[in-house]
Design a protein around this ligand. Sequence first.
Ligand code: 5GP
Ligand code: ZN
Length: 114
Amino acid sequence: MSECIFCKIGKGQIPSKKVYEDDKVIAFHDINPEAPVHVLVIPKEHIESVNMIDENNSKIIAHIFVAINKIVKELNIQESGYRVVTNCGQDGGQTVGHIHFHVLGGRNLQWPPG
Ligand code: 5GP
Ligand code: ZN
């Protein structure tokens, strides 16, 4: 999947405004933010969407949420609150075929989404 843009961001081949990185995960500011804080958290490993999560790769999801906990503390939204969203497929509004978790905060978010 050499053409996947999020794989390329994970490898540092496309620049991003990084907020967190470890050996398995990278987090960076969304290029088109929908809230004062809008970060994307992705596994470096290519997984297309929630549809591709199984017993063999599911540990990365727990690891991503541990990373999110660190990121929201760092970005000062842990106390005020935030939303973690992963869009899946066409009706879910997924536009990039590499699983990613949106972390949105810094304003009062409305519910339900449109
Ligand atoms: P989706 O619509 O798939 O849930 O979310 C994809 C997100 O990736 C969008 O919010 C979009 O703004 C963001 N995005 C797409 N391409 C890039 C990029 O090259 N760099 C960054 N930082 N964000 C991107
Ligand atoms: Zn990818």
